[in-house]
Design a protein around this ligand. Structure first.
Ligand code: GLC
Length: 739
């Protein structure tokens, strides 16, 4: 079966949808508004039974091509409406070839590599029979305690918007329904990353200015990129649950942004409107969620149980049901599901065999890694070491390497850091010792649902023995690679934590290994910033490898031994301790700014300056950024200038620099952040090579939602601007903006 290769014209989509609506009963329409779980752990009637009755239009939490086709056959041949199903899954950083987690891919500051990654994920997922992914996750996160920071693009709206558009393009291709692509889903709308205390699911309180200037831009970028669906978030936003929030889902998303796709709730979130004290009962929840703008109920069956009654008693109009159904049917028509409802079961094997998928994953992992320290240029390591020790509980962990949100299990093909180093040095003796195991203090409810999950049960004496074995192993080696960080279940959903320290006895082990006086490299595998304060002062070389995916071990070895030069930059600041969060660079100045006479340390028990700032990352070479120029010293509100700077590779090897443009508005309708990222470009330069980077600065970059004025404004003001290699950039110019 050849993939559908032609876009279906809007007029034809509309005509076909209207024809379908015409002949559907109310029950059939409500079935289309219902998504059911296909996993074994889902309680209640079997999917086959629900589908046969026309009680579902989509299935999630199923990853089985044969079963997709079996359920599709029931929908297409036996259900009352004969309308095909949408199959959906959380493919957020790869389907079978796993890419670095989204936070890592954001650290590449390379939209092209991110688009390529999601295109591979889409190709594999579609070949498996999936039509729709619950990604990209677009929640701005400024609190590293929040476990889901791993799924997004970090703390900044400019970087986040660029990553949002790149992921939508990657997942969906040129148009909705494109062959070998899937429908994307911008989630979780909106503000979820600002949960109180970084505690997952906790309420969020954000003023409209913060929502519009910081948390909305990635979502609006996704709409502009043509995203097919949105997902409403779980939590209360300013006391109104996002899933019952008409302002969010209709006034902003549809009326202001013109979003044409459909909105699905998060899992059970419609039913949870009762739990959250918003809806009286399931009936109230169903009516208010649909009215607020949630078209499809994920997994709670609240729509299935209550919408018919609400129409029959006049609470809801049939037109309101039809509007939601139209949006869902339009996506099914555009996907070509009516012509080709089934998946060729042999196709996935062919797609997975393509070597370029693994190559793309390896390259994405290389480009996402951030060099945090390289004292004495210990890195890159020579390849003639004869005896290397690889130490740490994550060094040979496929789970930690592929990272969180592996809904249906890690792939046996994952290359661990130990595998990668052994492959890189086939003739050397590469010894491995895990040291004491690590685990969450409180297990995750996802672990209890994961058949592959193995709880850690290492007794203290065994842990101590493992500790001593690791030291002895290190003592025998010429160089030691420590692989420390977090397990895959320590970040992600329901994985918030109060501390950002290395879990367990990892730091103790690191200190003991450092005391041996041998060269040590620290490789971090983690899904959030970590407060590695001691390591930052005492370990000469530190690489942030995040959760690098199936090819992660090869990519780490490429970086360690110089076959790739790290060029990633932090998409989020690293706090010195969890209690400093939320911590972000784009803060407003105060009456006692740092560096002023009035300055007063914000805590008397330790300065909250980040361990590593937003945008930070080193290289095996060095760069100079000079010659900052603005095309005019003064510009009218509404007009633009170009900002240029020259970047030179002043070192001895080729490498990448991410040149960043930051601004600060000195005065205006509102106080504005002391710095805001407004442009970036990652470029590769050979030794001695120079390049000019150019940024546009105009109303698009300078306007903001003014709390004071209650509208979008661009002020007449003076703008400070900096261009540099991180958010502490010093190369400065200013620009006068006049009416
Ligand atoms: C989860 C998550 C959401 C995911 C959905 C379906 O609870 O909040 O991100 O897409 O359920 O798995």
């Amino acid at each position: 079966m050849d993939a559908k290769t032609t876009i279906i014209a809007d007029a034809e989509v509309t005509a076909r949808v209207e024809a379908l609506i015409e002949r559907m009963s109310l029950a059939e329409k409500i079935g289309q508004l219902t998504q059911i779980g296909g996993a074994d752990w889902v309680r209640g009637p079997k999917p086959e039974e629900i589908i046969r009755k026309g009680g579902a239009g989509s299935v999630l939490w199923l990853n089985d091509t044969q079963k997709f086709n079996a359920l599709q056959k029931i929908a297409v041949e036996e259900s009352p409406s004969k309308i095909p199903l949408l199959f959906a899954l959380d493919v957020i950083h790869g389907y079978r070839t796993i890419f670095p987690v989204p936070l890592a891919m954001a650290a590449s500051w390379d939209p092209v590599v991110v688009e390529q990654a999601q295109a591979v994920a889409a190709r594999e997922a579609r070949a498996a029979g999936l039509h729709w992914t619950f990604g990209p996750m677009l929640d701005i996160a400024r609190d590293a305690r929040w476990g889901r920071i791993v799924e997004g693009a970090g703390e900044d709206p400019c970087l986040g918007a660029a990553m949002a558009a790149a992921q939508v393009r990657g997942f969906q291709g040129e148009y909705l329904g494109a062959p070998d692509r899937v429908i994307a889903c911008a989630k979780h709308f909106a503000g979820y990353g600002a949960s109180d205390g970084g505690r997952d699911y906790d309420p969020v309180y954000l003023p409209e200015g913060q929502l519009r200037n910081v948390y909305f831009p990635p979502f609006e970028a996704a709409v502009k990129a043509g995203v097919g669906t949105f997902m409403s978030a779980y939590m209360d936003l300013n006391d109104v649950p996002a899933t019952g929030n008409r302002w969010l889902l209709r006034d902003i998303l549809r009326d202001e942004w013109g979003f044409q796709g459909f909105v699905v709730s998060d899992a059970f979130a419609v039913a949870s409107l009762v739990t959250q004290g918003f809806a009286r009962d399931g009936r109230d929840a169903a009516g208010r969620a649909l009215r607020a703008g949630v078209d499809m109920d994920m997994a709670s069956s609240t729509y299935l149980e209550h919408l018919a009654g609400l129409v029959e008693d006049g609470t809801l109009k049939m037109a309101e049901i039809d509007a939601a159904v139209r949006r869902i049917l339009a996506i099914k028509v555009r996907l070509g599901l009516f012509e080709q409802p089934y998946t060729d079961e042999a196709k996935l094997a062919q797609v997975l065999a393509q070597p370029e998928h693994r190559q793309a994953a390896r390259r994405a992992a290389q480009r996402s890694m951030v060099l945090l320290r390289n004292e004495g240029q210990l890195l890159p390591l020579a390849k003639n070491f004869r005896h290397v020790a690889v130490i740490g509980p994550l060094a040979d962990s496929k789970e930690a390497t592929e990272g969180s949100w592996m809904v249906f299990g890690h792939t046996p093909a994952a290359v661990t850091v130990l595998d990668g180093i052994r492959a890189k040095l086939p003739d050397a003796q590469v010894e491995y010792a895990p040291g004491p195991e690590i685990q969450r203090d409180i297990p995750s409810f996802f672990d209890t649902m994961n058949p592959n999950f193995k709880a850690v049960t290492q007794p203290p004496d065994a842990a101590e023995a493992a500790f001593q074995t690791a030291i002895a192993t290190a003592r025998r080696a010429e160089v030691i690679v420590m692989v420390l960080g977090e397990n895959a279940n320590m970040a992600g959903e329901a994985a918030s934590r109060a501390s950002l320290d290395l879990p367990g006895r990892q730091e103790e082990l690191l200190r003991a290994v450092m005391a041996l006086g041998k060269p040590v490299v620290l490789v971090l595998l983690n899904g959030r910033p970590l407060s590695i304060n001691w390591a930052a002062e005492n370990v000469p070389a530190i690489i942030e490898a995040w959760e690098p995916g199936t090819e992660g071990g090869h990519a780490v070895a490429d970086i360690l031994f110089g076959d790739a030069n790290p060029g990633g930059k932090l998409p989020v600041a690293f706090p010195r301790q969890g209690s400093h969060a939320p911590l972000y660079y784009a803060r407003n100045l105060t009456h006692s700014p740092e560096g002023s006479q009035m300055y007063n340390p914000r805590y008397w028990d330790g300065l909250p300056a980040p361990l590593y700032p937003f945008g930070f990352g080193l290289s095996y070479t060095t760069f100079s950024i000079t010659d900052l120029k603005v095309s005019a010293a003064q510009v009218k509100v509404g007009d633009s200038v170009t900002v240029t700077a020259s970047v030179t590779n002043t070192g001895s090897v080729a490498g990448d620099e991410v040149v960043q443009l930051y601004i600060h508005q000195r005065f205006g309708s509102d106080s504005r952040p002391m710095r805001e990222l407004k442009g970036f470009e990652r470029l590769t330069l050979n030794p001695g090579e120079s390049r000019t980077v150019t940024f546009e600065l105009g109303p698009e970059q300078l306007k903001y939602w003014s709390t004071n004025a209650g509208e979008w404004v661009q002020d007449a003001t003076v703008i400070d601007l900096w261009v540099g290699s991180d958010s502490l950039a010093t190369l400065h110019a200013d620009l006068v903006v006049v009416r």
